[in-house]
Design a protein. Sequence first.
Length: 344
Amino acid sequence: MPTIAELRAEAVQLGLEGEALTEFIYKQQSFYRDERAAERAAHNAELLAVREREQLAAEREKEREQLAAELERERRDHEIRMLELRSPRDSEVQLSDAAAKPKLPMYRDGEDITSYIIRFERIAELLQLNRSSYAVRLGTLLTGKAVQIYAALSPDVTGDYDSLKKALLSGFNKTHETYREEFRAARIGWNETYLQFATQLGRKLDYWLESRDVPKDYASVREFFIIDQFLSSLPPPLRLFIKEKDCKQLSEIVTLADNWSAAHKAYPKDSHMPKYQPDVKGNSPSRATAIQKPTRNLDNRQEMSKGCFSCGDSGHVKRNCPKNPLLFPKPSPTRAISEAVHRA
């Protein structure tokens, strides 16, 4: 929009003066204002139309996703119903030995999911089943809460045994912290041999390592246990902070610990460390002499050398002064007579 000076110059060029000049400027300003208002209205209308189109497209996309999810849920429900109606022979697995016909174990609701998966894998290995079929076979053997977890998983997860096992364990709150606590708190049970107990410990350790995706080589296992001991030695607030970050590398954990301690000024204080007095010969701190408090006997000798503050005599202190009537009260006359008669 032109300024008043520009409009005045334009009016002068047109030969306008006085009231004609003022009216010209007023009309030009009104024209430009109306033009700008029309442009703003058109722009707002265009933005509103774009917003409505985007909202409509989002609603349609949401409807498509809901429809796809509903179809997927119906498909899974149908698969589960078909599995529940299967013939008992479908779950029976034949051994190469015709004399034995064991079945893969059915999961019972309330059973420990970790123990069940171990039992399932052992029998599957005994039957020499192809590991690629583990996921399908496991899905047909689940009941109760395990079926609900299975039905909520995507086909990519239910089709891969390792992913399915991890999802089931997570659904039953079997995390790396749970396995750690079980391994640390494990004790030999009643009527259990030490061989069974050692096997149980190994199994718990394997699941603990697997829950953290630790490779089974010396360097990885070594770093894993260093991390565990490192976290156990930290103050609770710092340990919680690092666990929330879910770091798996020792270098990352150490960096987080240093950064947190520096920011909170939470490094261990000198008062928590043993106090040492350097040796006069300049020996290392490991060979320094620890500062010790004076013994009580030394304190007593120093007090006795100063004399009694009550009577002034040396050889004793005020609390043991023989002239203190509260410590050595005089016997009553009746008691003195009784003692004299008794001695006679």
